[in-house]
Design a protein around this ligand. Structure first.
Ligand SMILES: [Zn+2]
Length: 223
């Protein structure tokens, strides 16, 4: 659907909904003649219309800007939502690329006393069976292992697909095979290729990509 048409349609749906809400409010919720049971029924209808408002509002991109209310809040001219208040739900299009959140990076030079205050986002999505986690935080003080250390500000992206886990931060790309044979607490070694004997290197199904100047371009791991 075209943007203009989507906006027009949404405006109409919202305006009809607001009329229904006003109608229930004026004629039933304000009425003193209603019995307790009836009042409760209309109260529920009003709540359900409120839920419809919340879901319809998810489609609104607040195209026409905001207006100031008597309480000095800014509300969207179309959907009436208060500016800056987070939605409880997220709406994603069925077709086309899905975008969830804007790209965020650490945004402060400060070291926070507690982890929670340093957190910018730490969210996970299960996308058709692949898990993606984005963890972005500013620097904070941690007392893991009984010692006070400063955890650096970082943006860490982790992707998990079956037994492969890929961790990307600003300094390192780490790929871990979550091998079922790997025993917990078992030893793990690491080394640059030139530190490992050629006969041992043959165990590793890794191919390096590089250009004519031996600049590293990537690698392939055969499963
Ligand atoms: Zn809006």
């Amino acid at each position: 659907m075209q943007k203009g048409q989507a906006k027009k349609e949404l405006k109409k749906q919202l305006s009809d909904l607001f009329k229904s809400m006003d109608f229930v409010n004026k004629n039933f919720l304000d009425s003193e003649k209603l019995g307790k049971k009836e009042f409760h029924m209309f109260f529920n209808i009003y709540q359900q219309l409120g839920l419809a408002w919340e879901f319809l509002g998810l489609q609104c991109r607040h195209w026409d800007g905001y207006q100031k209310t008597k309480d000095k809040e800014e509300t969207c001219k179309i959907c009436g939502k208060v500016k800056g208040v987070n939605d409880f739900y997220i709406l994603l299009p069925q077709k086309g690329p899905k975008k969830l959140g804007a790209k965020v990076k650490p945004n402060s030079k400060k070291t926070f006393e507690i982890k929670k205050d340093a957190e910018i986002v730490n969210d996970t999505i299960d996308f058709y069976g692949a898990l993606v986690n984005v963890d972005v935080h500013n620097s904070y003080k941690s007392s893991v292992l009984g010692k006070g250390i400063n955890i650096a500000a970082e943006r860490i992206v982790t992707v998990k697909e079956e037994n492969v886990e890929c961790h990307i931060d600003e300094r390192v790309i780490h790929i871990r095979l979550r091998d079922r044979d790997r025993k917990p607490g078992g030893k793990r070694y690491g080394g640059f290729p030139w530190e490992i004997k050629k006969k041992d290197l043959r165990h590793f199904p890794v191919i390096f990509d590089f250009n004519e100047k031996y600049r590293f371009l990537g690698l392939t791991i055969l499963k």
